[in-house]
Design a protein around this ligand. Structure first.
Ligand code: 5GP
Length: 207
């Protein structure tokens, strides 16, 4: 693992507020890059291949899946989505770090891959961002006001199962204000950059 890069994976129960944290991290840390993921759905107006997604045909996607090219994949509303191993490792090999904003199932799949893959395992740092209580999650979901009642209910029902996944992550951030959340994730990122295996010292043959 020569690049010493970080894959900062952020996951949360839905309503956990991870997208705002990820947006702030990307804006503040130019070394941190998002990866372009893949989908079989058609591009929406204004979306470009290789910018918003890699748009694949179903056949192309299935072929790559069979070849083991995806770190994780999911089917959402009848379309396939996935993260290519080469997209993630390409960023690291270019000397940058990767920010992955991914649901708990995708996170579990990436952790499994990382256990069998030294390059991935050495880079991966996982963060679970969650409100501290079910009541807080409910108030956030309702506060957004954008979800229908049945969607809110479904997410609340799924939440205890999703939050139980926290034990599998390296870090757990109990969500406070947006600024507090960003500050904690920044602290984690800074600490990860200082992990011994990522620091290269140049003091001749002793380093
Ligand atoms: P959309 O079609 O609106 O762009 O995305 C639909 C859903 O697919 C969103 O919830 C988005 O987060 C999810 N998604 C996008 N890319 C990936 C991916 O690479 N892997 C997984 N598991 N989900 C993804």
């Amino acid at each position: 693992m020569r690049h010493g890069g970080v894959i900062l994976l952020i996951s949360a129960p839905s309503g956990g507020g991870k997208t705002t944290v990820c947006t702030a991290m990307l804006a503040r840390h130019p070394r941190l890059r998002r990866v372009i993921t893949c989908t079989t759905r058609a591009p929406r107006p204004g979306e470009a291949d290789g910018v918003d997604y890699h748009f694949f045909t179903r056949e192309e996607f299935e072929g790559r899946l069979a070849a083991g090219e995806f770190l994780e994949h999911a089917e959402v509303y009848g379309n396939r989505y996935g993260t290519l191993r080469t997209s993630v490792l390409g960023v690291l090999q270019g000397g940058q770090d990767v920010l992955l904003n991914i649901d708990v199932q995708g996170a579990a799949s990436i952790r499994r891959m990382a256990m069998a893959d030294a390059e991935l395992g050495g880079a991966l740092a996982t963060v679970f961002l969650t409100p501290g209580t079910l009541a807080e999650l409910e108030s956030r979901l309702r506060g957004r006001g954008s979800e229908a009642e049945d969607v809110v209910r479904r997410r609340l029902e799924a939440a205890p199962r999703e939050v139980a996944e926290a034990v599998h992550f390296d870090y757990v951030v109990v969500s406070g204000t947006r600024e507090e959340d960003v500050a904690r994730v920044e602290a984690i990122y800074a600490a990860e950059r200082c992990r011994r295996h990522r620091v290269r010292l140049e003091f001749g043959r002793f380093s």
